[in-house]
Design a protein around this ligand. Structure first.
Ligand code: MG
Length: 367
């Protein structure tokens, strides 16, 4: 399938016209980058790129899940820290993780980009930034059978003589059996709380990136072991939780365990108690503590954010396998009734003493 993101706005960009250049490095780079791609199809995408709209036909009995995520330079990524492939991967991974949290199957993605002209320029022997961005994004899309079905581009103008910022807005469409989406509001008192994978790795890798971005500059492809640069959204796990009717509520861990579990408590009108001893801490978080970068690996696991694992609740009598779709599952606590004076979250430590766990929100780049 040909990819035809609408490139007209970049052709008509003021910068290109006034500079009186041949039209236009940007257009050629984006077109050649995209035309060369062979994309995956999806049975629910009946018309992809090339017309005014894409057409989507959900399977019988399905409803449509929609999520949108904005990736802004210096807020969600730094061009001088993150390889372009990682920025493309992460842009899509955030939306896929939201679909996973609902138990939805991905159908199509739509991407709008604002780019400084320099990011579309091909220098001799090198791929342009935007080609590399699509390398990362489309590699993950291919793994997930998710076509890029449309979008738009515009030139991000210079401001006050400084370079424009790159921004990407992605919309993901998924399908879910009617009435079966995993909501934040479905938890019941007594339900056990589970998480997938290991936590705190993304925050730890970000600390490593901050210290020495050059070490990661050539890390161009995904592979496990890079929880910040190449997170692995748990789409198959979410679909299996839904298909097996295993979970009563779910959310993805984008802002950090303490914040995201707080959302489940709020939406389900419950409180939660989790056990510090059994929280699965990512080995990179342990290394960050051992290196003296942070006082506590547990804090990275509780508050770090951007792990894109799933947190879900299940009735105590539901048998939850040790792995779902190849991803380890760990029980970390229990949902409880909420009384007026209760804190939402309590943390039980190794000495069995309980303290309030405040949501420690993820801040992007602390300046
Ligand atoms: Mg989410």
């Amino acid at each position: 399938m040909q990819v035809a993101i609408n490139i007209r706005p970049i052709l008509q960009g003021r910068h290109v016209k006034s500079a009186n250049k041949k039209p236009a490095a940007g257009e050629i780079a984006i077109l050649s980058a995209l035309r060369a791609r062979r994309q995956t199809g999806n049975s629910s995408l009946t018309l992809g790129i090339g017309d005014d709209c894409a057409l989507i036909r959900p399977a019988r009995g399905e409803e449509i899940a929609v999520t949108t995520d904005f990736s802004l330079e210096n807020v969600h990524f730094r061009r001088h820290w993150h390889p372009a492939e990682s920025i493309g991967h992460r842009c899509l991974a955030r939306g896929l993780s939201d679909l996973a949290a609902m138990g939805a199957r991905p159908i199509a993605a739509f991407l709008s980009l604002a780019l400084p002209a320099e990011l579309t320029i091909v220098r001799r022997g090198q791929r342009s930034w935007i080609e590399r961005f699509f390398d990362g994004l489309l590699a993950l899309a291919g793994q997930m059978n998710l076509p890029l079905a449309g979008g738009d581009t515009a030139e991000s103008p210079l401001a006050d003589g400084r370079g424009g910022l790159a921004a990407a807005d992605i919309v993901l469409i998924g399908g879910i059996k009617r009435g079966r989406a995993l909501l934040r509001s479905g938890a019941r008192p007594g339900d056990l709380i589970y998480v997938t994978g290991w936590l705190g790795g993304a925050a730890a890798e970000l600390l490593a990136l901050e210290r020495d971005p050059g070490r990661f500059a050539n890390l161009k492809s995904a592979g496990s072991g890079h929880p910040h640069l190449y997170p692995e959204p748990r789409v198959a796990t979410g679909e299996k939780l839904e298909a097996g009717r295993l979970a009563t509520a779910a959310i993805d861990l984008s802002d950090g365990l303490s914040t995201d579990l707080h959302h489940i408590c709020e939406e389900s009108s419950l409180s939660a108690e989790i056990d510090a001893d059994v929280i699965p801490i990512h080995p990179m978080a342990q290394l960050a503590q051992a290196a003296g970068w942070v006082p506590s690996a547990l804090d990275l696991a509780l508050h770090g954010g951007e792990d894109y694992e799933l947190l879900f609740t299940a009735a105590p009598e539901t048998k939850i396998p040790k792995q779902v779709a190849g991803v380890a599952i760990h029980a970390i606590g229990k949902m409880k009734p909420k009384y007026a004076r209760d804190a939402n979250l309590a943390l039980v430590d190794a000495n069995r003493s309980t303290s309030e766990l405040k949501p420690g929100g993820w801040q992007h780049f602390r300046r």
